[in-house]
Design a binder for this molecule. Structure first.
Ligand SMILES: [Ca+2]
Ligand SMILES: [Ca+2]
Ligand SMILES: [Ca+2]
Ligand SMILES: [Ca+2]
Length: 334
């Protein structure tokens, strides 16, 4: 058995782990519990935060209930704070996190058994910014992964996923259920933009963007038979994650996210992290931070009804690339 096979088996194993364990009740947020092993780390992190602007990732665990059958060992909810994993298996089977190789360390992800839930908080609210790509405001990262078909995604495309329910809240009291996205499902995490081997044992050179969503119009079928290189192309620099538009729920901002797993689901979602989507510059089709002739040509090439995977030239997210978007581009030229 090669390292690659072992590596892949480990990831699949962790994605599918369903073993009974004892019920554990809600935990005290580590920041309030000096006995917690990560207390000092969190303290240091929060002190650092005060010195500079907040990062775009989850900041606090409000509660965690592991449910009845969470994967043994994957019971630390603090693993969902901060930036999602780019590299996994340190000390075991070190490898880059790719759409075919999800994070599997006990210090990287947490498991939510049946009847369980995880609630986190962002210090800075996630807003329904109109300049967020595809209208997506929040990303939830799990350990879902595409089935590898020999040279890329299998055909038909397969996904190892354990969908969890996503809810969001302004105040941590009144909750809104997200209808069109599930945690630990599409889209698998991708740590880098420049890897050629999806089972690479060393990091890539160019990091993906964990605050940029994958086009939510893409379905699993759109990935059928794609090579790894083609998947990276369609991800367009994104680090993946399940995308949530809080505007679709009638909300302008949220600070709390809850992932839950109903009794009887037969699965155990794993969660890696949460990100607040960064707004793009309106008119910047290729997402390089500038609005210029390259963006204009891409917009003109995408003119008309927007299809899944098209260049993101629909700045007002109305499904059309037309004169409204052209004027937005010209108005932000330079
Ligand atoms: Ca939105
Ligand atoms: Ca994590
Ligand atoms: Ca540009
Ligand atoms: Ca438009």
């Amino acid at each position: 058995m090669t390292l690659r096979t072992l590596n892949r088996l480990a990831a699949v194993f962790c994605a599918a782990l369903i073993t009974p364990t004892v019920f554990s009740g809600p935990v005290t947020p580590a920041s309030l519990n000096p006995d917690h092993p990560d207390y000092r780390m969190l303290l240091a992190r929060s002190i650092l935060k005060k010195a500079g602007p907040d990062d775009p990732y989850a900041d606090q665990v409000i509660s965690y209930n592991s449910g009845t059958n969470a994967a043994p060992g994957f019971l630390d909810p603090l693993t969902t704070l901060g930036i999602p994993e780019r590299f996994t298996g340190e000390g075991i089977f070190p490898s880059a996190v790719t759409v075919f190789n999800s994070p599997f360390g006990t210090d990287e992800i947490v498991s939510i058994g049946e009847g369980g839930s995880l609630t986190i908080q962002f210090n800075t609210p996630v807003t329904d910014d109109p300049d967020n790509l595809f209208g997506i405001d929040l990303l939830v990262f799990g350990n879902a992964l595409f089935a590898f078909g020999g040279s890329g995604v299998g055909n038909p495309a397969g996904l190892f996923s354990e969908p969890g329910i996503i809810e969001v809240s302004v105040d941590g009291t009144t909750w809104f259920t997200v209808a069109d996205a599930l945690a630990d499902d599409l889209f698998p995490t991708e740590g880098y933009r420049d890897l050629t081997d999806p089972f690479a044992t060393t990091p890539g050179s160019v990091e993906s963007n964990f605050t940029q969503p994958v086009d939510p119009a893409l379905s699993l079928a759109d990935f059928s038979g794609l090579t790894y290189a083609q998947v990276l192309e369609i991800y367009n620099g994104s680090g993946g994650g399940a995308g949530v538009d809080i505007g679709a729920l009638g909300l302008s901002e949220i600070s709390f996210v809850r992932i839950s797993n109903p009794v009887g689901s037969g699965i155990t979602p794993e969660i890696d992290g949460f990100a607040d989507v960064a707004p793009r510059i309106p008119g910047d089709v290729d997402l390089d931070g500038q609005v210029n002739v390259t963006d204009l040509l891409k917009l003109l090439g995408a003119w008309g009804a927007r299809a899944p995977g098209d260049p993101p030239a629909d700045f007002n997210n109305d499904g059309l690339v037309n004169v409204t978007d052209l004027l937005t581009l010209l108005g932000n030229w330079g």
